[in-house]
Structure formats: structure tokens, C-alpha cells
Design a protein. Sequence first.
Length: 154
Amino acid sequence: MMPIPRSALILGLAGLIPFVWGAASVVWPDLADAGQGWFGPRFVGPYVSLGYGTIILAFMSGVLWGFAAKAEGREAAAGFAVSVIPALWAFFFVGGGPEAATLWLAAGFSLLLGLDWRFWQRGLAPGWWMRLRLLLTGCVLLFLLGPMILAGIG
């Protein structure tokens, strides 16, 4: 596999900040209290992770759409069709309270990783894509599920 371009790695890691903040503000209630004063209740605890994670799943549908555009014929049509799955997943499944929404969101990111692999395997994603996606998805799952595990929820 090719090395991950530095800019893609830095921007990808920076994209984890809301997940890190959300997890930290779940694990440390004093941090959540301070964060509510700074940012408001939408931007602390599971709410920031769920809102941002939903946006990222939709964003990743666009990325996959771009990969599908590199294909032709039936392969392109199939790629376009599956590229909308992450956005639809977020729309239809992420809800039902913070615990259920977190589990559905984590499942969506796991599904996305499978789609990433499929596009990469077909040569539609860059050679370094799976190295980046494995790193970022692993971190996202850790920051989504870690606080639930620590709290004994789920």
C-alpha cells in the first residue's frame, strides 16, 4: 500500500476532534459542564458525536459517489447505488435516544468501512485509502463506543 499523503492524514485526524471532544465530555462530567457554558448543550457529550457522525456518514456518501464516477457502465451504476447507503443509513437509523443512536452510528461506520474496501479493491479509491480509513474508522469507533463501555451502557 502507498503511504497516506500528509495533508489527507492531518485533515483526517483533525476530523476526529468532535469525536474526541464528545467522548471526553461523556467521560468527564466537569468537562461537559464547562463545555455547555462555552458551546451549549448540543456540543457536548454524545450529542456532538452523534450530530457530527451523522454529517460525516453523509459526507462519505459523497466521497464514494466520486469513486463511483471513475467507473463505467454497470460498475458505475452499482457504485452510485451503494454510495448513497451511508447517508440513508444515518437518515433512517441514527435516532432513538443517545445509546441506540450511538450503536446505529457505530454500525454505520463499520458498514462504511466495508464499502470503502470494496471501492478500493476495485481500484476506484487511491492506493493509500484503506490505510487511512482503517485508522480513522478505528478511532471513530473507539470514541463512539468507548464512553458507553466505560459507563456500562449498551
